[in-house]
Ligand binder design. Structure first.
Ligand SMILES: NC(=O)c1ccc[n+]([C@@H]2O[C@H](COP(=O)([O-])OP(=O)(O)OC[C@H]3O[C@@H](n4cnc5c(N)ncnc54)[C@H](O)[C@@H]3O)[C@@H](O)[C@H]2O)c1
Length: 364
């Protein structure tokens, strides 16, 4: 019997709406397989908590989360609380304190009708972006001098340590080697003459340990173009924190939008909990209406199951997402359907139950 302890941080806006559907999926797995169980603890942290307590999470929040196998997060941020506070004091704090230095964001087209790209199909758009998640441009280093004066100066420093750069690049090589895929590094050495020259050097150095991995290197501007006109070039991509953040929004745009994009924040050594979350934010424009698309949050559950080494469940969740996307009556308005968040989640559970039985994953 395997028990996984999961900390739930539904957060703000549509966060709780989509996390509720992801939890239904986890409870379905538990119902179908008597050898797997989950314990859930919900934490009320987020912007409402901030308005009541003046902080985004409890003072000993990091300490409280340490004992969990995974954190399942909805979204944080809401009008009324500056984004710098909501993002930095909760999301980025957890990523950093738990050394979740790998951010895995799949860019996979699950249904051909979802891409705005002419003539591209599932076989053209299927790659993994591995984003550095602990330092780089988001290290929070810098200064703000002479505030409000004519001589005002702001400095935002990119921090690229040897340890941080080597470990993310090595992780990407390992992933490419393991899955027999090519590896593309995305950087910008022609303009960022310290950090990105260093990045390129480390990519080449580490590559010597992986002669079997075929590699490519692109400047981020060219890579942005190729994401749109030739996504079939990519299999595994490794890039910095900022570039990965921006590129994966292009990835979301070519695969069906924010309602489908997911990302896993991993501490590969499992010294600390890893965190699974949809890429989207709290979507204040649609929150409370029950129409948010929960597929990104459900895909996060698939990534969580892979991380727990229950890959057969990860796969069946993904194939169930593919099935639901072909059912026009079960999708939410962002994808052109009329289903509610809950309606999609309920239909998902029905389909998952059927597909798990077909794949002989049911254990009584
Ligand atoms: N990981 C996070 O917690 C995270 C990520 C991004 C933004 N944010 C925060 O969220 C707040 C809103 O940010 P934003 O509006 O720039 O980005 P957003 O992702 O919340 O929304 C962008 C657009 O996509 C739509 N959308 C997003 N998720 C959807 C879903 N599941 N189903 C249907 N439509 C969906 C929204 O309706 C909106 O039109 C801000 O406070 C921001 O800081 C948090």
């Amino acid at each position: 019997m395997k028990n996984f302890k999961i900390a739930l941080i539904p957060g703000d806006g549509i966060g709780p709406e989509v996390i509720a559907e992801g939890v239904k999926v986890l409870k379905t797995i538990e119902r179908l397989n008597s050898e797997i169980s989950f314990s859930f603890t919900e934490f009320p942290w987020g912007c409402q908590y901030y308005l009541e307590n003046g902080k985004m999470m409890a003072d000993d929040g990091i300490e409280q989360l340490k004992e969990y196998d995974a954190i399942y997060l909805g979204a944080v941020g809401y009008p009324g609380v500056p984004d710098t506070i909501s993002l930095r004091d909760l999301l980025i704090r957890i990523r950093r304190e738990f050394d979740q230095y790998v951010n895995c964001r799949p860019v996979t087209l699950l249904n051909p009708s979802l891409t705005p790209l002419k003539d591209k199909t599932e076989k053209d758009i299927d790659f993994l972006v591995i984003r550095e998640n602990s330092e780089g441009e988001y290290a929070g280093a810098g200064d703000w001098l002479f505030k409000g004066k004519p001589e005002e100066v702001v400095l935002q420093t990119g921090v690229f340590s040897r340890k941080g750069t080597e470990r993310i690049i090595r992780y990407a090589y390992e992933e490419a080697k393991k899955s027999n895929r090519t590896l593309t590094s995305v950087s910008k050495a022609n303009a960022l003459n310290y950090s990105m020259v260093f990045w390129d050097e480390v990519f080449e150095e580490v590559g010597k340990e992986y002669p079997e991995v075929k590699t490519y290197s692109h400047l981020v501007d060219a890579a942005s173009l190729y994401f749109v006109v030739a996504p079939e070039r990519f299999e595994v991509v490794v890039t910095s924190n900022l570039f990965g953040d921006i590129l994966t929004d292009i990835g979301a745009a070519i695969t069906g939008g924010m309602g489908l994009a997911t990302g896993a924040n991993l501490n590969p050594e499992k010294k600390f909990p890893s965190m699974f979350e949809p890429v989207h934010g709290s979507a204040p424009d649609i929150s409370g209406q029950g129409i948010a698309n929960p597929i990104a949050a459900i895909w996060s559950v698939s990534q969580m199951m892979d991380f727990f080494e229950e890959e057969q469940w990860g796969e069946v969740i993904l194939s169930t997402i593919k099935t639901i996307l072909t059912e026009k009556n079960s999708i939410t308005p962002d994808l052109g359907g009329t289903s509610s968040t809950e309606g999609l989640g309920n239909r998902f559970v029905e389909l998952l139950t059927l597909q798990a039985a077909k794949k002989q994953l049911v254990v009584n």
